[in-house]
Design a protein around this ligand. Structure first.
Ligand code: GRF
Length: 194
């Protein structure tokens, strides 16, 4: 993927595995007059991902990737990224780990959203771990993807205070609202610097 210039909208791909609320939010954002990007491809490793309904609703290009063999899976992903002229990949609840080769090939061109204040609470079940550890704050982070899980350079982060009666579910809902504000802002920041 080469360096980009000019005022044309930039083609991006969103990778999902589940409910796709971030995807839906980014689709809405992309339709705004001043948005810098067009979502030209949705990739899911899961044919039953609820988020895929947004691809149908908005008649978008989508591809389901069979992940029983990661080499083959990434071969197809590469093919589709070329076909749809994708310049940037946004992971949004994508539950598969991309190979080191793949990540290095697209260095600086893959971003992810994670529901914690990275570098704290990498990995899964962040909200229950945060509550169990009696943290005072949590939040969400958009970061570049590097071969080490949830460890790439941070683009933007939003911090929120944990409330006394927070359950993992409640906290997750409050953080998700913040994710929907943060991801488009972070994406804009990255696209401006491409
Ligand atoms: C979000 O909490 C995101 O931070 C994490 O996975 C969840 C995806 O939610 N990586 P959704 O599928 O976008 O609703």
């Amino acid at each position: 993927m080469k360096k980009l210039n000019g005022n044309k909208k930039i083609n991006i791909a969103i990778f999902i595995s589940g409910k796709g609320s971030n995807l839906n939010n980014l689709i809405k954002y992309s339709k705004k007059k001043n948005s810098k990007f067009r979502i030209n491809l949705i990739i899911s490793n899961n044919a039953k991902a609820k988020g895929l309904r947004y691809a149908s609703k908005y008649k978008m290009n989508k591809r389901i990737i069979n992940y029983s063999n990661i080499k083959k899976a990434e071969k197809y992903i590469n093919l589709y990224l070329n076909k749809f002229n994708i310049k940037l990949i946004c992971l949004a609840g994508f539950m598969k780990i991309l190979s080191k080769n793949f990540i290095n090939k697209f260095k600086g061109k893959i971003i992810n959203i994670h529901p914690s204040l990275l570098p704290k609470y990498k990995g899964l079940n962040t909200h229950s771990r945060v509550i169990k550890n009696k943290e005072r704050f949590s939040g969400c982070t958009v970061h570049f993807v590097s071969p080490k899980l949830d460890s790439g350079k941070i683009i933007l982060q939003k911090k929120i205070r944990i409330q006394k009666n927070d359950s993992p579910d409640k906290l997750s809902r409050r953080i998700l609202k913040q994710e929907h504000l943060l991801y488009p802002r972070a994406l804009n920041k990255v696209l401006t610097s491409l």
